[in-house]
Design a protein around this ligand. Structure first.
Ligand code: NAG
Ligand code: NAG
Ligand code: NAG
Ligand code: NAG
Ligand code: NAG
Ligand code: NAG
Ligand code: NAG
Ligand code: NAG
Length: 405
């Protein structure tokens, strides 16, 4: 890593904290679930972590477990697609589901099912138990507002459209599947997964096609259940939560998630791209270029809202011979963005560009102008000093623009 990249990374990590990194790629691997994993999950009431697994609907001995629905999500959303970049992320996920029917002498009928879900909203819809699998309810079913895509594992034929009581389906904003495949022909019975540990499922998405494969521990290879073209960006917002839902009705079962692994590709944020642009000027070019006037008004957005660094009016190319010093000697720039040493040395350097970029990052993160913060035209009141003051008072998070959170 060259010097400037280190500075960029530090600036972003320290000053922006979660603001930029909150939404990005997700990469996690729960080989078991422990009580402390609750911090990384969003769990609805009644959903519990029990015996190293998640019971998405309650599993309470001797208590009725009829008519429940539940959801669990990973606590952070991920960037599924970017309108400005016209790209969609890819992801792979594998998980183990274990469904146990009523084993008491009563032997209530088995139902209803579980689902892997991608959703805009983590809230469990009211009255989403029974036939609705915690995915939608009677009023959100079939509506674009539902903003949910689900891979369902259905153990009950609750509609005449359901092919049987042992199928996988793909649901888009609806409980009415656009594709259904019975697991019976693969030798898998969802209602018997408790006998051999779990059904292992793999969902793969490359931005265009979704593949769902499954196996039990009796077979070594995953078998492709379906492969469907699917534009997730047509149904879901840019940031989505991933997780599971499940339900019981008059028919009951326990709906248990035993393991969950998730890996997604990364879609860069605009600010990061700016950073690579500057890094390129400094280190990627044959001739180093000092921009010397980095500021908000020199950042241009193209028609697709991609950030570009513009106005090279003050830029200086460093010749190979000068390269060892990386400086140029005419004072220039915009007050508020200029590093303090500029006034002493009169030199523009790679470091003064970095300083200006830092001020720009602060401007974006705090939503403030770089100049004085309290009306007095004093150098010591600029954004950098203002921030150091907050830091000293241990109030650094107050600097974040509320519009960003
Ligand atoms: C996830 O964890 C399990 C169990 O520790 C391990 O077998 C598996 O290889 C891990 N997956 C990845 C991608 O590291
Ligand atoms: C479950 O919900 C259904 C439909 O709302 C209702 O008919 C049934 O009585 C409920 N069962 C129990 C045990 O509450
Ligand atoms: C469906 O869920 C939404 C959101 O929770 C709720 O506002 C609505 O009343 C529910 N519809 C029914 C029929 O319960
Ligand atoms: C759910 O919505 C679909 C349309 O997506 C519709 O065909 C189906 O009849 C609805 N199901 C119920 C039970 O309302
Ligand atoms: C379990 O699923 C199989 C396959 O669909 C079905 O034939 C059987 O009746 C189910 N068992 C119970 C107890 O519901
Ligand atoms: C499958 O899992 C069950 C329960 O964990 C275990 O008893 C059984 O031996 C396993 N079978 C194979 C073939 O690994
Ligand atoms: C889906 O499966 C098909 C057929 O095996 C394969 O060609 C394709 O690469 C797979 N796509 C993804 C995203 O896994
Ligand atoms: C998903 O899996 C495929 C095939 O194993 C791999 O090529 C791809 O890089 C993976 N994607 C992600 C985002 O992990």
């Amino acid at each position: 890593m060259c010097f400037s990249q280190v500075v960029w990374s530090l600036l972003l990590a320290v000053l922006l904290g979660g603001a930029l990194t909150q939404v990005g790629c997700l990469d996690f691997n729960f080989s078991t679930f422990k009580k402390e994993d609750e911090h990384n999950l969003i769990i609805t009431e009644g959903t519990t972590i029990l015996l190293n697994a998640i019971q998405v609907t309650p599993d309470v001995a001797n208590d009725p477990i009829t008519n429940y629905s539940g959801r669990i999500f990973y606590s952070k959303p991920f960037r599924l697609w970017s309108k400005s970049k016209k790209i969609t992320a890819s992801f792979n996920t594998t998980f183990d589901l274990k469904i146990t029917p009523d084993l008491s002498p009563k032997q209530s009928p088995v139902g209803e099912g579980m689902a892997f879900i991608l959703a805009a909203d983590t809230t469990l819809p009211q009255k989403s138990e029974g036939q609705w699998l915690g995915i939608v309810n009677a009023s959100t079913n079939g509506s674009h507002q539902a903003k949910i895509v689900a891979v369902e594992f259905d153990t009950r034929k609750s509609y005449k459209e359901d092919i049987d009581d042992n199928h996988v389906g793909l649901d888009v904003n609806s409980i009415h599947s656009i594709e259904q495949v019975s697991l019976t022909k693969y030798g898998i019975k969802l209602n018997e997964t408790y006998l051999y540990g779990a059904i292992k499922v793999r969902v793969q998405y490359d931005g265009k096609v979704m593949n769902v494969s499954a196996k039990t521990n009796k077979t070594s290879e995953y078998k492709l259940i379906f492969s469907l073209p699917l534009e997730l960006s047509s149904y879901l917002p840019e940031k989505v939560f991933v997780g599971f839902s499940a339900s019981t009705g008059n028919a009951i079962q326990t709906n248990c998630l035993k393991t969950w692994e998730f890996h997604s590709s990364h879609i860069d944020d605009e600010e990061l791209e700016m950073l690579w642009a500057l890094d390129y000027l400094h280190d990627g070019c044959e001739k180093r270029v000092l921009h010397r006037d980095i500021k908000a008004s020199n950042i241009m957005l193209d028609s697709e809202f991609n950030a570009k660094l513009g106005d090279f009016g003050l830029a200086r190319t460093l010749q190979q011979s000068e390269n060892t010093h990386h400086t140029t000697k005419v004072i220039a720039g915009t007050l508020g963005y200029m590093a303090p040493e500029t006034f002493l040395t009169g030199r523009a350097t790679v470091e003064t560009d970095v300083y200006a970029f830092g001020v720009l990052v602060l401007e974006v993160a705090s939503g403030r102008k770089p100049g004085n913060q309290n009306g007095q035209s004093d150098y010591n009141n600029n954004i950098v000093h203002w921030l150091w003051d907050l830091h000293r008072q241990e109030r650094i998070l107050d600097a974040i623009d509320s519009r960003l959170t």
